[in-house]
Design a protein around this ligand. Structure first.
Ligand code: WA2
Length: 281
């Protein structure tokens, strides 16, 4: 009889966990598709038209009004690919300098104001943000290639032609761990099986979305009114030996546990949802 109860509890837990994992995954997938469409919008109306039909005002309005299409994202932005040979011309044209990303853990708030950031040191190429949704306007003019996670994402996105995700890291102006999703923008219409070299050569910029995972997962789970029943954790398990906790407080409970796998569309990253009952049987 006791065994029966345990089995029933285990089943309830796995159903609740799988449902939540599927919701999170589906919402992520929906927003990923929309971020992909934004990359095509930039390709068509910014790079594909002379003169461009998109400026910061248009981009800001459009992305704010379509924010409902990108659940879980905290903002989107567009960074232009600028080779060093064009840096001076780019800076003159925009009237501002390309800035270096400030990654010190203890940065003064005033250091984050673009005017107070240091210029980007000399590199082969840069990825300064030229358009942003209002919610992430603090990254405008920052060279995204000067941040380790952003740089890796940019290089992987442009060589693959696919949407790619960073490991969890502390986003600028956020106290939480988050992830960034990047799609490269190309100047020609490439077949999906083009070579990495073809993809890289055709790259003109990078459309990215940031996800503040803890606050967004919290919002999602809140809608389910299950918070009294189960405890949820989300982990990046790409490195099996060192899972990174992306959502939820650390738990050492030994009661029933159910693990649901999450697929966020980037096969090089692995994620899991761990669920437990709040109360022991
Ligand atoms: N967006 C928002 N906050 C961040 C961040 C980011 N990256 N990086 C650190 N904090 C424009 O992949 C190109 C967005 C990067 C895209």
């Amino acid at each position: 009889l006791n065994e029966d109860i345990v089995l029933r509890r285990q089943e309830t837990l796995s159903n609740m966990c799988d449902e939540r994992a599927r919701m999170l995954q589906d919402q992520f997938n929906v927003s990923m598709n929309h971020v992909h469409a934004l990359a095509i919008l930039i390709s068509t109306f910014h790079h594909g038209k002379q003169p461009s039909a998109i400026d910061q005002k248009t981009f800001g309005e459009y992305t704010e009004r379509t924010a409902f299409e990108r659940p879980l994202t905290s903002g989107v932005a567009y960074a232009l690919r600028v080779p060093h040979s064009q840096r001076e011309q780019f800076e003159t044209q925009h009237g501002w300098k390309i800035k270096k990303m400030e990654t010190e853990d203890q940065t003064l708030v005033q250091d984050c104001i673009p005017e107070n950031l240091d210029p980007a040191p000399v590199q082969d190429e840069y990825a300064p943000v030229i358009f942003s949704q209002e919610t992430v306007s603090h990254i405008v003019s920052i060279d995204m290639m000067s941040g380790k996670e952003d740089r890796e994402n940019i290089l992987r996105a442009r060589a693959s032609g696919k949407g790619v995700l960073t490991s969890p890291f502390k986003l600028l102006k956020s106290n939480h761990l988050g992830v960034v999703l990047t799609f490269a923008v190309y100047n020609t219409h490439l077949p999906p099986h083009a070579t990495a070299e073809q993809f890289i050569n055709a790259t003109v910029g990078y459309l990215g979305a940031s996800y503040d995972v803890p606050s967004l997962v919290e919002k999602l789970l809140h809608q389910l009114a299950s918070k009294q029943t189960i405890v949820v954790n989300v982990y990046d398990t790409t490195n099996k030996a060192e899972p990174i906790n992306m959502y939820g407080t650390n738990v050492t409970d030994t009661g029933l546990l159910h693990i649901s796998t999450l697929d966020f569309g980037d096969p090089t990253r692995k994620h899991e949802m761990h669920c437990r009952f709040k109360q022991r049987a």
